[in-house]
Design a protein around this ligand. Sequence first.
Ligand code: SAH
Length: 400
Amino acid sequence: MIKIKISKALEGKIRKGYPWIFYYQVQNKHLEGKSGDLGVVYDCKNRFLAIGLYDPESDIRLRVLQVHDSIDIDGDFFEKRIIQALKLRESILNEDTTGYRLINGENDGFPGLVLDRYESTIVLKLYTSAWVSYLDILVPLFKKFFSVDRCVLRWSRKVIELPETTKKYKEGQILFGEKVELPIRFKENGVKFEADVILGQKTGFYLDQRDNREQVRSLSNGKSILNVFSYTGAFTVYAFSGGACSVLEVDSNSFALAASKKNLRLNFKSRKFSLEEFSQMKANAFDALLELERNSQKFDLVILDPPAFAKRKKQKATALKAYMRLVQAGAKVTKKGGILFAASCSVHVEAANFYKAVFSGILSTGRKYEEINRTGHGKDHPIKFSEGEYLKGVFCKITL
Ligand code: SAH
């Protein structure tokens, strides 16, 4: 085991449940160990403080598995955590929702590990190679607790670039069960979707937006919708299922736009959508919004769900400006009395700053607004530390 020394200030934070120790915070820099080794932190009185997964390839040098009491990190340990995770999700498990998150990383006691379910397929996404040493224990547990046909492995982009990681386990590898037939079908609140769990973003679908989509559905009856950053059209299908009269999608990715059309057809097999009812723009969102404004096109409900604008902490200020500009452009094409929904999935942008950017974006156009509500992840994305609260959303009524 690797003994890790940290400052007293960080000790306090870890004691309260913060799960990460970065390289710059490690005081004894010359550690020897490989990814997946266990690292132990003792407090200033040399008592056990925490144990976690060591990863010399990551800036996050230690991902904490357990604080306070020293216990064995074995099958029993992980089994208990899986049972806890399942219990937490009991209330969302029903026939209408067969796509949801089973394990939400740090927030479920599995730092750097995400497990999503798409009906009878589970997709394991790993953000650190440290978990490789534990797959022999974890995979049988997944098999035992989740009655599914197969488990697919996905690596995070950062990890896949590392030379060693993918030697043993390849991107898209089946960890148990039958070959995967793509795309995978599943349901969310009764709406049908397809996801490409091998090539799709994240694990194939943005499961974290489920509650926001439900709210969009409830606001859509008889409304014209602009769905910016539409990806595979999830908000679009919900909007039509809520009675929307038209949806215009904007995305720069033609594969996403094609997948969106398929998702629409999956739900409305016999309905023929005219171009007035459903259309797509393959474009940069900022350009598309400008073009719509120039053509004096306005919508009852505008959805702005962009990718993370701040991928690194350093980009925070630039990201906030970009959110502001995006909302500004979105507000310009929202009708008076219409609704604007803006979301941010940037970990590095705090909720308060994001909301400020949204509101100043609206006000900068000379429009006025009433805040309807602020939103976040669904229940299957529990939050245990500030970075876990990455998804922020706000619905605003544009009153003037
Ligand atoms: N709203 C979607 C998720 C959006 S993910 C959902 O509910 O599933 C972000 C999407 O933005 C991706 O599909 C990506 O192709 C698209 N994108 C990224 N940068 C873009 C840009 N500058 N202009 C338009 N689309 C962009």
